[in-house]
Design a protein around this ligand. Sequence first.
Ligand SMILES: Nc1ncnc2c1ncn2[C@@H]1O[C@H](COP(=O)(O)OP(=O)(O)O)[C@@H](O)[C@H]1O
Ligand SMILES: [Mg+2]
Length: 223
Amino acid sequence: MIRLRHATKTFPVGGGLTVLRGVDLDIRANEYVGILGASGSGKSTLLYILGLLDRPTTGTLHFRDRDMSTLSDDQLSEIRGQTIGFIFQAFHLIPQLSVIENVELPLFYQHRPPRVRRRRARRCLEQVQLLHRIDHMPPQLSGGECQRTAIARALVTDPDLVLADEPTGNLDSKTGSEIFDIFANLHAQGRTFVVITHDPAIANRIPRIVRISDGRIEEDVSR
Ligand SMILES: Nc1ncnc2c1ncn2[C@@H]1O[C@H](COP(=O)(O)OP(=O)(O)O)[C@@H](O)[C@H]1O
Ligand SMILES: [Mg+2]
């Protein structure tokens, strides 16, 4: 699904801050990959490049055998909207919208009719076991419920690839473990997952672990 070759990333700060230093990474459809590494090692930068939110400074990214460097930002964002779902540590819900309205939002931007939006949003909220909260507002939810809402929102466009950046960083370990139960179920249903985590107990449950150190892949093990 993804083929990243010799990717570097340098941010134009100071004399140039190099954060990725030659990363090769292949991700096949239906894989479940965990990314581990110290804070500042380049994990989020790598995830954003895999998710077409950013581009490598040098090197190439092929997504489904297509060279992404030849596409415009608009073309990238169209591919992103149709095939990739994102989950972040800070849930980024809109507090003035109800749970189901938050989940529907990506479909609203895709100009889907209201009945389609409702139906798909309900189905995704069912998958994260949150149907009983659909009319609640985000400030009324627990942290785990906020993240489950954000997961439903990431799934509502039926993405092939789901990327999560420390999705349990704001949650206690039991709630975090429940979030990863949901990921395991979704992976079993055939989605491709790439998840950044720094929790070793959670990393133990992920079938492939890529360890990043100072902008390089230090280890890539499957079990
Ligand atoms: N947009 C940016 N502009 C400048 N520096 C950045 C930017 N994004 C990340 N960095 C820097 O790149 C380094 C790696 O960041 P990041 O990929 O977020 O690491 P991690 O997710 O592993 O903690 C950090 O030093 C960070 O400050
Ligand atoms: Mg990060």
